[in-house]
Design a protein around this ligand. Structure first.
Ligand SMILES: [Zn+2]
Length: 333
């Protein structure tokens, strides 16, 4: 049996029903994930993604077939949507194995991954580019707090940015309102309204970082960690608005060649990020991009943090959000 056939069989076998819904479903890659009628009308027929039988395995996918070991214990429970729950004890070892392989191989590509349809590629690129112009025009710090309405206004006010076009706005709405369970993300929806905003009065700017924290629990916890762990600890991302999360998610989707499943294994889709309500990321000064890899967990700073009884991380190893291990992401509440 070749690897392709193995993967096909594996993922077909790993479709799991719970409460009348599928946790993992083998979806024909011709399916559109995003089907905004307003966009469809304006988009000419373009070639769709290759049929599954012309699918070519990449080296990274071969790696991704390495088995994951162990089942997390004690069995955790997470809420999905509409108060439904996934209980890992209800899954077979093989189903759990399939799930764990994905979050433990965060940059791998899996045969069951869900892609944005190719016909939206140019829309994805131009929308992300406009958001990039907003960010560079108003500055990274301000962009962290920017609301959807402020984003629209910035496009109207500044010709460098240019007004957001109808297809771009429809696209952003579709991304915001899509149910990411379908592509393997099981975290809660945190922000229900696309226009939710963060009040400037509720946040404090953190010196030398360009980031903000919500006053109260988040700010107090960050300051306590700095006191207990030392000056080498730095805030790498604080409170983030829906617009900021949209831009990050679109950029991640581009980096992942349209693979929404792969993008959401390392970044919560907009509306689903706990950064919107107080979570924050910390790193070690000088570690740079490696602060956002498992390398951070090997630093003295992380080891000290892990020893502090009062700090929790949001996405521990083998969590049930469908998200990679994030030792840098501090949980609030
Ligand atoms: Zn984070």
């Amino acid at each position: 049996m070749n690897k392709r056939a193995f993967l096909e069989g594996f993922f077909t076998a790993s479709a799991v029903a719970f409460g009348g819904h599928f946790m993992w479903k083998r979806v024909n890659q011709r399916d559109l994930l995003i089907t905004p009628s307003a966009i469809t009308a304006a988009v000419p027929e373009l070639p769709v993604r290759p049929a599954p039988d012309s699918f070519i395995l990449t080296p990274i996918e071969l790696e991704s077939t390495q088995p994951a070991r162990g089942i997390p214990t004690p069995a955790p429970v997470i809420e999905v949507t509409n108060n439904e729950k996934i209980i890992i004890e209800d899954l077979s070892d093989q189903q759990v194995e399939s799930y764990l392989r994905k979050t433990r191989n965060v940059d791998a590509v899996f045969a069951s991954d869900i892609y944005l349809d190719l016909r939206y590629e140019s829309l994805l690129l131009k929308t992300a580019a406009r958001l990039g112009r907003v960010e560079s025009y108003i500055g990274h710090g301000n962009f962290n707090l920017m609301s959807f309405d402020e984003m629209l206004q910035s496009g109207r006010d500044f010709s460098y940015i240019g007004a957001f076009e109808t297809d771009e706005l429809n696209f952003l709405e579709e991304i915001f309102f899509a149910n990411p369970n379908r592509y393997g993300f099981f975290g809660k929806k945190i922000s229900k309204k696309i226009t939710e905003s963060i009040s400037r009065n509720d946040v404090a700017k953190i010196d030398d970082t360009g980031h903000y924290l919500l006053k109260g629990e988040s700010l107090n916890l960050y300051e306590q960690i700095k006191r207990d762990v030392g000056a080498e600890v730095i805030l790498t991302s604080g409170v983030r608005s829906i617009v900021k999360q949209m831009h990050l998610f679109l950029a991640k989707t581009i980096e992942a060649n349209g693979n929404l499943s792969r993008a959401s294994r390392s970044l919560a889709p907009p509306g689903h990020s706990y950064h919107g309500i107080g979570d924050f990321d910390i790193g070690k000064i000088g570690l740079g991009e490696r602060n956002f890899t498992a390398d951070f967990s090997t630093t003295e700073e992380y080891k000290k943090i892990a020893g502090l009884g009062y700090v929790d991380i949001r996405y521990p190893t083998d969590n049930l959000f469908g998200v990679r291990f994030e030792p840098w992401h501090i949980k609030i509440g």
